[in-house]
Design a protein around this ligand. Sequence first.
Ligand code: GTP
Ligand code: MG
Length: 402
Amino acid sequence: MQEFKSAPEPAPVRAAPPAETEAPPVPSNGDADAISAAVEELKVSDEPAAAPSVSASSAAAAVEVIPDAPEDEGKVVETYRKLLEEDPRDHLNVVFIGHVDAGKSTLGGQILFVTDQARQLGGWGRAAVLVRAALMPAVDKRTIEKYEREAKDKNRESWYMAYIMDTNEEERVKGITVEVGRAKFETEKRRYTVLDAPGHKNYVPNMIMGAAQADVAVLVISSRKGEYETGFEKGGQTREHAQLAKTLGVVKLIVVVNKLDDSSVVLEGGQWSQERYDDIVKGLTPFLKTAGYNPKKDLTFIPISALSGQNVKNRASKEACPWYQGPTLFEALDSVEIAERPPTAPFRMPIIDKYKDMGTMIMGKSEAGLVSVGDVLQVMPNKLRVKVEAVYRDELESFAAK
Ligand code: GTP
Ligand code: MG
C-alpha cells in the first residue's frame, strides 16, 4: 500500500486573547503591543500532556488507530477524522530553489499549465486576495499565447512560461523573481503548494521565507554552458540555497538538471547530453553530502526541460532522453517520504509572519498536532494565551488545520 505520511500545512491562524484569560485582562482588539505588555503578569497554563504515539502513516491506518486514543482526546480525534473525510491526501509545501535564471519560475509555470491550475495571487489569506485568486483563470493555451506576446514585447521571448509565476511588472521586465510565488496543484496521491523562490542574491531573505515553510525542496540547476558553473561557484546561489534549505529543516532534496535541451549542451540530432548530466550529478553530490543530505536517502536527480515540460509530469521523449529510466518530477514528489506527525500531539507551529486584521493573524507551518477554531493556545516565548478565532489553510478558511 502506498504510504501516506502526515505532512505539515501552512496554517495561518487568527488569534485573539481568550475571553476567559486570567487577570490582568488582555486587550480584546488584538493589539500586539498591548498584548505583549500584559503578558508578563499572566500565569502560565499547565504543560500539555505528552503526546501518545499515533501512527498516521495512511488515511486508513490513521482511522484505525483512532479508537485507541485516550478519551480526553476525543475532540481532536473527531476533528482529525473530519479533516481526513474532507481530503485524505497529504499536503506538501514544495519550495523551488537555485541560482538566478535556473528555470524555477518556468518550472512552476509549466506545472500549472500541465495541471490546469491558476496561480495564486498574494501571500497569505486576506479576503481581498482570496477574491482575486478565485477570479484568476486557469493557465490555458490562450493565456500562454498572451504571455508569449507580452514576453516578446519586453524582449524576453523565452520567459513566457515564467510569466505565469512572475506576475508583477518589475519581475517581468527584469526577468527575475522578487517575491516568493505561490501556486497549488495536485496529483491523485497528494496536494502541493509550490513556493517559487527568487534566485537573485539580493532576495535571499525572501527565499528563506519560502524555504522555512517547505517540506521538500526542488533544487533547479541550469545545465546550460556556463550557467551551471556560475551557480555552483563560491558565492553562487546553488550552494547557498541548498545549505540554507537544509538549515531550515528541509531534509529531502530533488535536484532537477534543467535546460538539457539548450543549444549550448544538446547533442546533434536533439538528444540530451548524458555526459553533461553525469558531470553535474558528480559535481554536486559531494557538496550536497557535506551540506548534510544523504545521497541514498535524501537526494533524487532528474534530467528535465522545464520549458518543454519533459520529465516534469510527462516522461521525456525517447529521442531526447533515451538514457534515463528514473522517475519524473511528479513521480519523485509523490514518493517523497515525510516524517510522520502525530495528530493528537499538542499543536506546535513556529510563527513565520504576522499581521493585524481584526485580531492578529499569525502564519506558519504546523509541526505537530491539530489546531481548531476555539482552541486556546500559548504563544512563546512570552507565554501569552490566545484564542483561535479563525483558521486558514492555503488561504481558504477552514474549521481546523494539521
Ligand atoms: P529567478 O527567479 O530570477 O531566480 O530565475 P528562475 O530560476 O525563475 O528562471 P526563469 O524561470 O525566470 O528562467 C530563466 C530563463 O531560462 C528564461 O529565459 C527561461 O525561458 C529559460 N529556461 C527555463 N527553463 C528552460 C529549459 O528547460 N530550457 C531552456 N532552453 N531554457 C529554459
Ligand atoms: Mg523565478
